[in-house]
Design a protein around this ligand. Structure first.
Ligand SMILES: *Cc1c(COP(=O)(O)O)cnc(C)c1O
Length: 518
């Protein structure tokens, strides 16, 4: 068992060859709840909140620190309720996310509603709820001012700013485009560029029904390194200082630095990078040259290549810890602000982690249906599972390579190179060319760091019902989201009356009809 893989303070451990999450045997979870299955650890969730709060507070001794986890990464209402008990706020993007934040008693002054192109209805809802509106559009303050006036109240807003980053010229591994981090941030739709903010701020400070409580910036996870965070926070702090001066000595009450911190086993981009470089520059030209050989010789060379060059070895290099991120980000931010003479003694610092916050709180369990082996014409092995990468689409968009283990064989040595694949008709290579121990039907694969962006992005391709979510607390396990049934998959379908003529079939209940005929 690799100690480094499951540090002591985290929810995963190995006991007698089985993967445990808290005090629950993952094999027993599959037995009791079925598979595929998402599992969330309550203790890990609470620990993570406290760890973020502690780490960031340590480097912001002057004022309060608020943790506003991004709801989009996991908007499950039980998860949200646990975080509300801990005192967490919420970064909200849509009306649906606002719904869960309000339903789960998130403190109103710790809700930040992001997103461009908000409708009047949405703005009205935000003002009535008394949440922070994080402004992205130039005409938004004026609209908020008008709506707040009709409601006879005052709205609290902040600007989402978009500084430029001449210091971040290295390549982003976040944006799909192959560009610098600076360009990656500029190409993203959100935020108001510095050039507009001097004028806009002066207008807003004159508005009767709007209070500008502070500034917000979210750059996202363009890189998992500490230099990225230092570079990001330096330019953001300089813009904050510049704006405060330009607005005649404006004093912010809160400064939000957004999210973008990686989980330690950081699965992000680990597929894309290797595939781009290895395949495009090396494998493909070589393969083309091999077409002069016989079929068997060509496939033999390719088999060797698969074993030697294309194999994926997930997770050797760890991303920084939260403590390291907090020191790099907040240390730089605070120093730059103080050196420029800004008084931050009563300023609240706000942080909006998503992936780094939820990532290691969840795993995904899936049963093996078959170990499919072939030696001719090409040596290939496939672990056929009962899940699909459509249930973790977030990871597909982000080219994730998740760390994993065989949950009932954690202590067994890796022997084979195989694709761990999903059941959809796509190639569905969840883990392409990884090393696995001997595999048999009924083994359980545990995909790690599935707590952020995965379950919430599950899709129904191939009419596959989406898995449910179980919450674990000690040795207790309960549903917090029920699995879909096939009927659920078709629940929103409607067949117009005119199409139903004389076929005698009721397509939404075929299985039960079949049963009746039998
Ligand atoms: C997505 C998002 C976050 C969280 O980003 P992570 O990379 O998951 O940490 C925080 N704030 C805003 C405004 C976001 O859009």
């Amino acid at each position: 068992m690799n100690r480094q893989k499951y540090p002591a303070d985290q929810c995963l451990s190995e006991r007698n060859g089985h993967l445990f999450i808290e005090d629950c045997d993952t094999l027993k979870l599959v037995e009791d709840f079925g598979s595929p299955l998402f599992v969330v650890s309550e203790q890990q969730l609470r620990n993570n909140y406290r760890q973020y709060k502690r780490a960031f507070s340590q480097h912001w001794p002057n004022g309060q620190v608020d943790i506003l986890p991004a709801n989009k990464a996991n908007w499950n209402t039980a998860v949200r309720t646990i975080l509300s008990q801990e005192g967490a706020g919420a970064d909200i993007y849509s009306e649906g996310e606002l719904y869960s934040a309000l339903a789960c008693n998130v403190r109103r002054d710790l809700i930040s509603v992001n997103g461009g192109g908000k409708s009047d209805d949405m703005l009205r809802r935000c003002i009535q709820a008394g949440v922070r509106i994080t402004v992205e559009d130039l005409d938004e303050p004026e609209r908020i001012n008008r709506i707040a006036a009709t409601l006879n109240t005052s709205a609290k807003i902040r600007f989402r700013v978009k500084p430029d980053f001449p210091n971040l010229w290295k390549k982003t591994d976040f944006a799909a485009e192959s560009t610098s981090i600076d360009m990656g941030i500029q190409l993203y739709k959100s935020g108001i560029p510095a050039q507009y903010l001097e004028e806009l701020g002066k207008q807003v400070l004159q508005m009767k029904n709007v209070e500008l409580t502070g500034l917000h910036f979210h750059g996202g996870r363009h890189h998992n390194s500490l230099w990225y965070w230092r570079g990001l926070m330096k330019r953001y702090a300089q813009l904050v200082v510049h704006l405060c001066q330009a607005w005649g000595g404006y004093q912010p009450k809160e400064l939000d630095i957004g999210g973008g911190f990686a989980t330690e086993r950081d699965p992000h981009s680990k597929l894309g990078i290797r595939e781009d470089t290895v395949l495009t520059w090396f494998t493909y030209p070589l393969e083309l040259a091999l077409y002069s050989l016989s079929v068997s010789a060509r496939y033999r060379v390719m088999s060797a290549l698969i074993e030697k060059a294309l194999i994926k070895i997930p997770g050797r290099k760890r991303a920084p810890t939260i403590e390291d991120y907090a020191e790099a980000a907040v240390g730089t931010f605070r120093d730059t602000l103080i050196r420029s003479g800004l008084d931050i003694s009563n300023v609240r610092l706000q942080v909006e982690p998503g992936r780094g916050f939820y990532g290691n709180t969840g795993i995904h369990l899936s049963s093996v249906r078959k170990f499919k082996r072939q030696t001719q014409p090409l040596q290939m092995n496939w672990v056929l599972t009962d899940t699909t990468y459509f249930f973790m689409s977030g990871g597909v968009y982000e080219h994730n390579l998740h760390e994993f283990c065989v949950a009932n064989k954690v202590d067994q040595p890796a022997k084979h190179i195989a694709d761990v694949v999903g059941q959809s008709c796509y190639a569905d290579r969840i883990l392409p060319l990884v090393k696995v121990p001997d595999i048999a039907e009924g083994d359980v694969i545990a995909f790690l760091d599935m707590g952020a962006y995965q379950e919430v992005s599950a899709a129904n391709f191939n009419a596959l019902p989406r898995p449910g979510v179980v919450l674990v607390n000690g040795d207790q396990a309960e549903w917090i989201k029920l699995p879909e049934t096939i009927e659920d998959v078709y629940r929103r379908d409607r067949i117009p009356e005119r199409l139903r003529q004389n076929d005698g079939l009721n397509p939404v209940t075929p299985f039960s009809q079949e049963a009746r005929h039998a």
